[in-house]
Design a protein around this ligand. Structure first.
Ligand SMILES: Nc1ncnc2c1ncn2[C@@H]1O[C@H](COP(=O)(O)OP(=O)(O)OP(=O)(O)O)[C@@H](O)[C@H]1O
Ligand SMILES: [Mg+2]
Length: 375
């Protein structure tokens, strides 16, 4: 019973008026926050602001005094806490691997408790070690002390993912690592995040980490949620000085107004271009060969729109031309301001746009990349 899956996926997590007090002081005060399925939400704020407490109300390691946390509209208090915890991965700083167990035993522990047979556990352990870039044959039989800090942290992530939970809770998972290793793991984690499409709630102290990894960032201060938004929203529309100073510690973004699209775009390459008359199947082949996910459809030198591999997969059977499937694309000029371009893209929900110089494609602007380049 405790091992049964509670959720196949997360649609929505909602904190409603959550309050938690220790004595007379608030650890969380009247928190209202929604988390969408599939997003990575960052909790950031000064030490003692209530981040860990907030995270732990999700898996009921901490019980709130009032208010509710619902997952897919089920109040977590109606669920068995052990079963609830087995349905979400939990990763903490200095991950607490069991020292007397091998890496394979550490990762396979929960599956074992779940009654999996030996072969199935081993397959899963191998898969997960591969996934976090640790060759299984080299690492399975080692003990935690025979691994570096960064390697142990990866094992922690693998262990949290053992039961393939739809939700991961991560409390400063890279906090104890040196800066170079931290950057490296962040990069790898970004790749993993794209692949696994899980819902992730991630606590950090590090604003760079937050801007790199977060789909949205929730800023906490003195037990209260101060603002929640995408990195761009926080940078361009901070609600107060505190938010402004957190997201812009080095004041890099103060110069945002002077930056032009051309400064931050990626150079346009021919492989991003596809002819309008091509049929959908040929387009898939061409895109696969040139390793692109999105292309721009051109007809007689004019751009008709953009198309994603996904859009093409759907209409594979029919003999349909890419021209009929192209979606509108935003385009900007090299000398437009980046701040303007980003907020315009945000409004229309586009993460990608084309940069055109007198009807010639010269660049691509990807909203995530822009932030990465600035950091
Ligand atoms: N068991 C406890 N007993 C008393 N006070 C507590 C307890 N746990 C947390 N607190 C207090 O609640 C507040 C919020 O703590 P919490 O651990 O959520 O902060 P945090 O934002 O995660 O901080 P940090 O960045 O240092 O990890 C703090 O003031 C803390 O001292
Ligand atoms: Mg904490």
């Amino acid at each position: 019973m405790q091992n049964e899956k509670l959720f196949d996926r997360i649609d929505y997590i909602r904190f409603k008026n959550i309050t938690k007090k220790y004595g007379s002081s608030f650890a969380i005060e009247d928190l209202d926050l929604g988390i969408e399925g599939g997003e990575l939400l960052i909790l950031i704020g000064p030490s003692g602001s209530g981040k860990t407490t907030t995270l732990r109300t999700i898996n009921r390691m901490i019980e709130q005094d009032s208010g509710s946390v619902t997952i897919n509209e089920i109040d977590t208090r109606e669920l068995d806490p052990v079963r609830l915890r087995r349905n979400m991965g939990y990763v903490i700083q200095n991950i607490g691997l069991f020292p007397h167990m091998t890496i394979a035993e550490n990762i396979g522990l929960v599956p074992k408790l779940g009654g999996w047979d030996k072969k199935k556990i081993e397959d899963r352990v191998r898969y997960l070690l591969d996934f976090v870039s640790l060759p299984p044959d080299m690492f399975m039989d080692r003990y935690p002390r025979q691994l570096s800090g960064g390697q142990q942290q990866r094992v922690g992530l693998a262990r949290a993912m053992a039961m393939d939970p739809p939700l991961l809770l991560m409390d400063e998972p890279f906090g104890a690592l040196d800066p170079i290793l931290r950057k490296q793991l962040q990069k790898e984690f970004l790749k993993i995040k794209k692949e696994i499409g899980k819902t992730i709630v991630f606590v950090t102290h590090d604003i760079e980490e937050a801007l790199i990894l977060g789909d949205r960032i929730a800023i906490m201060n003195q037990a209260k949620l101060v603002q929640v938004g995408t990195p761009e929203e926080l940078i361009f529309n901070p609600v107060n000085e505190m938010v402004a100073s957190i997201v812009d510690t080095d004041r890099k973004f103060k110069h945002m107004d002077t930056l032009k699209v051309k400064d931050l775009m990626s150079i346009f390459e021919d492989r991003y271009m596809i002819d309008a008359s091509l049929n959908a199947c040929d387009a898939v082949d061409k895109m696969t060969r040139s390793d692109v996910e999105t292309v721009f459809v051109f007809k007689d030198g004019e751009v008709l729109g953009q198309i994603r591999m996904m859009d093409l997969m759907k209409c594979k059977e029919e003999n349909i031309k890419v021209e009929e499937l192209a979606r509108p694309v935003k385009s900007f000029k090299p000398l437009d301001s980046v701040a303007f371009a980003l907020s315009d893209m945000k409004k229309s929900g586009e993460y990608l746009s084309l940069v055109m110089n007198s009807s010639k494609p010269v660049g691509i602007l990807v909203s995530d990349e822009v932030l990465l380049k600035l950091i």
